[in-house]
Design a protein around this ligand. Structure first.
Ligand SMILES: C[S@@+](CC[C@H](N)C(=O)[O-])C[C@H]1O[C@@H](n2cnc3c(N)ncnc32)[C@H](O)[C@@H]1O
Length: 266
């Protein structure tokens, strides 16, 4: 583990503490104090002992773990849905993807990883304070990735996507905002043929309105490919107890997928 790295310290019960490693600093919690210097130089997966004798596991957080801990401005998309979105929108290395709105940047991070160094993510957000939160979240996890000039891997735009999409020939457009039907005219212009539009919305009324608008106004440009909901149930396996967890994240959102086609009726 190196100075500057983000680390999760995990106790026996699974409680996590997130720290950024800094020489000459220390971390205090109810079970004692740990010097960062005791962690710097350790191999990931080792344990570190607090001043009160508590052992904590030292691991770099996965993206899903980091997303659960990071600062949230807006409601984020949960990792279970992000996983499905990456597959249903078929995000591939080298893809040019537009998302709106950025929110806290949870989906942005997963998109960035999936498009890789040859791809590009353009992220529209109309509330500047959320862009700032997302920027900090992303910088903390990846280091600074944004290119101010607009030609880099991640481009933030402080813009209302209902008004316009400037980019053309996009491979994928992902919308996580309240009225996706208000973006359809821009999506029609900006998505390449064969490109995928994916919308994420919490209520079925939003999905209904979106599909109706597509059917009535954009039937010549889009074919709906599917509407999905993701359920992920964790299990507890402890000694002789093997059963589903009592609690689970139930409904979060619907995933709506359409493709732009020149002959969607064929
Ligand atoms: C639910 S949040 C997005 C969360 C994000 N996907 C994440 O995983 O962190 C919705 C965001 O869309 C933004 N938004 C709503 N309407 C918008 C618009 N017309 N143009 C750009 N952003 C918009 C909101 O300000 C809010 O930050």
């Amino acid at each position: 583990m190196k100075e500057g790295e983000l680390v999760h310290l995990i106790d026996k019960k699974g409680k996590r503490y997130q720290i950024s490693l800094k020489a000459d600093s220390s971390f205090s919690f109810t079970r004692g104090t740990i010097s960062h210097d005791d962690i710097i130089g350790l191999e990931e997966g080792s344990a570190v002992k607090s001043s009160l004798g508590e052992n904590l596991l030292v691991l770099r957080p996965t993206l899903a773990e980091y997303i659960s801990k990071m600062r949230k401005g807006s409601q984020i998309i949960y990792p279970k849905d992000i996983a499905a979105i990456l597959m249903l929108a078929d995000i591939f290395p080298g893809a040019k993807v537009l998302e709106a709105g950025t929110g806290s940047g949870a989906l942005t991070m997963a998109l960035l990883r999936a498009v890789g160094s040859d791809g590009e993510v353009v992220s529209y957000e109309r509330r500047n304070e959320f862009l700032e939160i997302a920027r900090k979240n992303i910088d903390t996890f990846f280091g600074k990735v944004e290119s101010a000039g607009g030609s880099g891997k991640l481009v933030f735009k402080d813009k209302d996507v209902y008004e316009d999409i400037e980019e053309k020939e996009l491979d994928r457009i992902i919308l996580d905002l309240p009225e996706p039907w208000r973006v359809l005219n821009h999506v029609e212009e900006s998505l390449r043929n064969g490109g995928i539009l994916l919308c994420y919305n919490p209520t079925v009324l939003q999905i209904y309105k979106l599909s109706k608008r597509l059917e009535l106004k954009y039937a010549k440009s889009f074919r709906v490919m599917g509407i999905y909901e993701v359920g992920l149930r964790e299990w507890e396996i402890k000694g002789r107890s093997m059963r589903p967890e009592h609690r689970m994240i139930a409904h979060t959102g619907f995933i709506f997928v359409a493709r732009k086609c020149s002959s969607p009726d064929s």
